[in-house]
Write a protein that binds this ligand. Sequence first.
Ligand code: PLP
Length: 404
Amino acid sequence: MTPSLSTRLAHAGRTADVQGGQPVNPPVVRASTVLFDSVAQQREMRTRRDSERLFTYGARGNPTNFALEDMVTALEGGYRTRLFPSGLAAAAMTILAYVRPGQHVLLPDCVYEPVRNLANGFLRQHGIATDFYAADGADLQARLRADTRLVYVEAPGSLAYEICDLPAVAAMAHAHGALVAADNTWGSGVLYRPLELGADISLMAATKYLGGHSDVMMGTVCTTEAAWPELAAMTDAFGMTVSPDDAYLVQRGIRSLGARLAQHQQSALTVARWLRDRPEVADVLCPALPGDPNHALWQRDCHGTNGLLSFTLRTRAPVAPERFVDSLGLFGIGASWGGFESLAVLADMRRARSVTDWSGHGVVIRLHIGLEAVDDLLADLAQAFDAIADLASTEQESSHVDHR
Ligand SMILES: *Cc1c(COP(=O)(O)O)cnc(C)c1O
């Protein structure tokens, strides 16, 4: 019997090579210079290091980082992994590794906003053409071009958790000679497995659930064997590396990933159902909820949900979302998610999307449900609804417009 993922993560990445007993955790190896016995050995290591994973210089990785790479490879089910200083760096470097000036990239309408900005700014300035396709992939076939080199996927997507049919997207892209890179930050390698669904490259912001404690920035990219050489060449050319202390923190976070995600899921589902039944709420965006437009694909392709959900208020009073979030006591107001703590942010969907019309929703409130007791979180949300009750009563009649 193959052990389950949580079991494998408890045991993976123990690459200690010491005399005597073995530590449970790999040591933190801080190194720039690595010493060799002879010039001949150094020469030999240098000729082999492009194809083998060898400890030859700090910028080429070190044993702590290698152990984390192995854990991420186990999570993603891929060939090998490289580490980047942030999730955004992982996304940007992935595009630069595979796409040349004069080529074309397709990005989903639900893409993490800084990647959208990268496409519209830096990539275009450097001669890489970019277009956006509908988050469900409906118009992808029509947007594929002869020079499309990469189809970028984010499923479930940022803020509204749209899910595309990744096997179908991959089949279309591959038929056009394009590669598929997926941002798997939502799934964290546990809830969604893009490489098994047809993607060639899967990247994650380890800053989120892998680190899990809001104290480290990192990105990971794992690929199939066929896609590996281009990623490795780019990483080496740019000198991309991370601190072994940070690699150690992410590795420590991953040990409890399965248990944390199970708790995030349970509490987030409780909050999602509770919000759905509140009279002040127009829409709850959470693919794990029956009735969500992405529920069928979530059931087919995902292995659970995490602590994320978004919702919109029925009142159209412009001050309502901001007053609601300001009234929360236990939810922090801050970017990112995936740590142990609950967070709330506002997102204007009219600005965050360019292909699909989200004017019916306007501003959504994005919650990250942390590891606090869920009854305390519900009580906090309830008192925030009380704080906007006067706004709701005057604007109650404006009903939700279904735009999808
Ligand atoms: C946060 C996030 C990133 C970027 O990660 P950083 O480590 O913050 O740079 C990329 N993709 C998604 C979907 C994210 O949520």
